[in-house]
Design a protein around this ligand. Structure first.
Ligand SMILES: Nc1ncnc2c1ncn2[C@@H]1O[C@H](COP(=O)(O)OP(=O)(O)O)[C@@H](O)[C@H]1O
Ligand SMILES: [Mg+2]
Length: 269
């Protein structure tokens, strides 16, 4: 039969499978994160703990992804690798088209400072510095002139709706406002990815919703967001939920599929 076959467009899942399955190939520019068979083992005096046992993960620009899983499933280990704080024992990690899994510590630190904005459970703000100064700090370290620093820190604070609190110190701000300052600080370098580790771990549920609204609006404006959490209520705010179990990805769903499967339903803000 004469086939003038037009190739069917790959589904997102199939597309991810192709990019994670092609060892050695530089991913196209749409992929911020590609891991291929990532393994990380810890040697505990003769006994080997296999924290990650072969993780294939592809995250495209502008995705908003939650990485969820029970304690000990490998979330922090994966986050450390994705955040260029650690390197795997085996497998490839490509960040924005650069193979970072084999980089030296110095090279890794340079990539980390340029590409990744971290948000932590404990906001890690300087207590004596104003919100504006806290947000400016990464630019001070980067040697940016004070005029440019100020302008960019103000823009970052506007993105988290805190422009009217710029001159306040952390102890003059609510928990949610402090975390928003920390988010602005993470954004000030214009990173390719915002990487948040349990960003609502120290916040009550109402304040957690406030932070989830900030992430939502950042994702809407095109920021790639990866958030690690053990809480399904928080994970369901992301648009895609990857669940880790025993060092492997056990499920990788859209938000709707995730919510339907675990039966949250009543938790929407
Ligand atoms: N530095 C380390 N040394 C030894 N074992 C570790 C280390 N970090 C994590 N582990 C082990 O690796 C597994 C995964 O841990 P982790 O990535 O912290 O999981 P999670 O963040 O999901 O709780 C656990 O069994 C943990 O005990
Ligand atoms: Mg952890």
């Amino acid at each position: 039969m004469n086939s003038t076959s037009v190739e069917a467009p790959l589904t997102e899942t199939a597309e991810r499978r192709v990019v994670t399955g092609t060892a050695g190939a530089t991913p196209e520019s749409k992929w911020v994160i590609v891991t291929r068979g990532i393994k990380r083992e810890y040697d505990m005096g003769g006994e080997v703990v296999r924290a990650l046992r072969g993780v294939d993960l592809a995250i495209a620009r502008n995705e908003y992804v939650a990485i969820m899983g029970p304690s000990g499933s490998g979330k922090s280990t994966l986050m450390n690798i994705v955040g260029c704080l650690d390197t795997p024992n085996a497998g490839e990690y490509w960040l924005n088209g650069q193979l970072v899994s084999t980089m030296s510590d110095d090279a890794l630190a340079r990539v980390r400072n340029k590409e990744i904005g971290f948000v932590f459970q404990t906001f890690n703000l300087l207590p004596r510095a104003t919100a504006l100064h806290n947000v400016e700090l990464p630019l001070v370290y980067a040697g940016v002139s004070s005029d440019v620093r100020r302008r960019r820190a103000k823009e970052a604070l506007e993105k988290v709706q805190l422009e009217n609190r710029m001159d306040h110190r952390p102890n003059e701000l609510s928990g949610g406002q402090r975390q928003r300052v920390a988010i602005a600080r993470a954004l000030v370098n214009d990173p390719s990815m915002l990487l948040a580790d349990e960003p609502t771990g120290n916040l009550d549920s109402q304040t957690s919703e406030e932070i989830m609204r900030v992430f939502e609006s950042l994702a809407d404006s095109g920021q790639t967001v990866v958030m690690v959490t053990h809480e399904p209520d928080i994970a369901q705010h992301a648009r895609r939920v990857v669940v880790l179990r025993d060092g492997l990805i056990s499920t990788d769903d859209t938000r709707d599929a995730f919510v339907a499967r675990i039966g949250l339903g009543t938790q929407h803000a």
